[in-house]
Unconditional design. Structure first.
Length: 100
């Protein structure tokens, strides 16, 4: 990374500044860090603990869906950028469902 930054022209560094900062985060992260990068292609991916013996972790993001009782039509969708407790996402989804 240092050699690439040193040898690259300043225009290239400015154009790809966001990518270089992501690469530096990956290189410098340690096992105990909280906001780790799990994917270079999708840096917003989270590690979600499942608590199951056969599948302990999943990688992605949490989505809360609101469905109608009889027909099962999706009327509300809430994507969480953080790994929140499921009960904390319900209020926003219920508000969104009430607006339909």
């Amino acid at each position: 990374m240092r050699e690439l930054k040193r040898k690259s022209p300043s225009q290239v560094l400015k154009r790809h500044e966001e990518q270089f900062s992501l690469f530096e985060r990956v290189v410098n992260q340690s096992r105990q860090d909280k906001d780790k990068v799990y994917s270079l292609h999708q840096p917003q991916v989270l590690c979600i603990a499942k608590g199951k013996a056969y599948k302990r972790y999943e990688f992605g993001s949490k989505v809360c869906l609101g469905l109608t009782k009889i027909s099962g039509i999706i009327v509300a969708v809430k994507n969480s950028a953080r790994n929140l407790y499921d009960g904390d996402t319900l209020t926003d989804t219920i508000k969104q469902m009430a607006g339909c």
